[in-house]
Design a protein around this ligand. Structure first.
Ligand SMILES: *Cc1c(COP(=O)(O)O)cnc(C)c1O
Length: 368
């Protein structure tokens, strides 16, 4: 009996998954986490209007969602003042990054990212046979100069940068990104992941320029809008580029009630503003908890804080494990030297109080 073979590419890929989910960890531990602070989720939650829209919309989930995402795209077009033909909506940034790789990457194509940057991008690139080249972080920031230089060296097709960055929470000002855009090598496309942009200081996002075919920008309802489980993201770029996504995307990929939820969330900018206030407060509180324990919180332009634990990755890993034993879910960066940190999501005081109580015990055991 012979069986169908996977493609040679699929056979060559590791069977590992980039993230072990908190649910997997809870099943392994046999109990739920008391505080879920590891996945950069927005624990302050969605707008009540979005919750209402999704709940109301649930009864209509017998219908597929609008494959054109018409209403949401037009609302985004008004919100960002870019033409609707320059916007596509998809199943979160993650889903859209998959489409991007499918559109641009053939086996052997060179792709540049930072060492230890957002791994889901790498996962999609590898899935289409792309070859990843990395530039190191510089002072806990992704390094635009090194990324551009590397892209020249390897003749890269895609260059990835997240601004603000995950996992360090650092950011570059708009003029730094703008300057990077002016230096994109011929034949390359800049993948500008702005998952956290709403949390960043004014002046972090360059103005949209949808005439430029060499930049695609990615945004999401998962983070500031607090709707990670609804899976709604969008990308903005030159109209002809964006049109190409329709050739390969999953036309019925969007959940109908999620489309309604995202539309309502976008229309509730007051809720977004109150979330941003809560996140600012939580960032400060996480900084205090770190300082109380002799650790250093790094500045954050996101809804999470990287805490420098002062030693190498092994020590940070022990802290993460000990916090897991304490029923506190946090994660840590994958690559050195960023992996000296643990990464903690902003959350209401109740969750952070649990973290504050558990951290000294976890540290003590990690040091032992
Ligand atoms: C969380 C995150 C995403 C994922 O966004 P989704 O829209 O939920 O897929 C993308 N990029 C970065 C840098 C992130 O941290």
């Amino acid at each position: 009996m012979t069986h169908a073979n996977e493609t040679r590419l699929a056979q060559s890929l590791p069977s590992s998954v980039p993230f072990v989910g908190p649910e997997t960890m809870e099943r392994a531990q046999g109990r739920p986490f008391a505080a879920r602070l590891g996945a950069n989720e927005n624990i302050f939650g969605p707008s009540p209007l979005a919750i209402h829209a999704m709940a109301e919309g649930a009864k209509d989930n017998w219908m597929y969602g609008d494959p054109e995402n018409h209403d949401l795209i037009h609302a985004l077009s008004t919100h960002h003042n870019v033409g609707p033909e320059s916007i596509i909506v998809g199943e979160g940034i993650d889903g859209l990054l998959g489409y991007l790789a499918r559109l641009f990457i053939e086996p052997g194509d060179a792709v540049v990212t930072s060492e230890g940057a957002y791994p889901t991008f790498n996962f999609h690139v590898a899935g289409y046979g792309g070859v990843l080249h990395t530039a190191p972080f510089k002072n806990d920031h992704e390094d635009p100069d090194a990324l551009i230089a590397k892209a020249h060296d390897v003749n890269a097709k895609l260059i990835y940068i997240a601004n603000p960055d995950n996992p360090m929470g650092s950011h570059h000002k708009a003029d730094v990104i703008h300057d990077m855009i002016t230096r994109i090598p011929d034949g390359a496309l800049l993948v500008l992941d702005e998952a956290y942009i709403e949390f960043a200081p004014e002046g972090t996002a360059p103005a949209f320029d949808t005439r430029n075919p060499n930049v695609i920008r990615f945004r999401t309802f998962s983070k500031a809008y607090g709707m990670a489980g609804a899976r709604v993201g969008y990308a903005i770029g030159e109209a002809a580029r964006m049109k190409s996504f329709h050739k390969i995307r999953n036309h019925f990929g969007m959940c109908r009630s999620s489309q309604l939820g995202a539309l309502a969330a976008l229309q509730d900018q007051a809720h977004l503003q109150s979330t941003l206030k809560s996140v600012t407060h939580a960032r400060k509180r996480i900084g205090e908890i770190a300082a109380d324990n002799g650790l250093t919180a790094l500045p954050s332009a996101t809804n999470f804080v990287a805490i420098d634990c002062g030693q190498g990755g092994d020590f940070a890993k022990r802290i993460v494990e000990e916090l897991t034993t304490e029923n506190i879910f946090v994660r840590m960066p994958f690559a050195a030297p960023q992996d000296r940190c643990i990464r903690v999501s902003c959350a209401p005081d109740d969750d952070l109080n649990l973290f504050a109580a558990a951290l000294p015990r976890a540290l003590k055991r990690a040091r032992a």
